[in-house]
Design a protein around this ligand. Structure first.
Ligand code: SF4
Length: 58
């Protein structure tokens, strides 16, 4: 059975839409969060719930 795109979008891929920056204390209180959004998904440590690459530290 084929699924509708809207069904897949709403019910899958949540990890990409989830606001990870809420889980990282540094990001949660960061003044750049409005622009950065907690950084990239591919540099996020999902086990430790921390951003591994902070653009403010570059
Ligand atoms: S990754 Fe760095 S710059 Fe971005 S919100 Fe987190 S602490 Fe702020």
């Amino acid at each position: 059975m084929e699924r509708r795109f809207s069904d897949i979008w709403k019910n899958e891929f949540r990890v990409f839409r989830y606001n990870r920056s809420e889980d990282d204390e540094k990001c949660r209180t960061c003044g750049n969060r409005e622009y950065c959004g907690g950084g990239s998904c591919h540099t996020w440590d999902f086990e430790k719930k921390k951003q591994k690459l902070c653009i403010a530290d570059i």
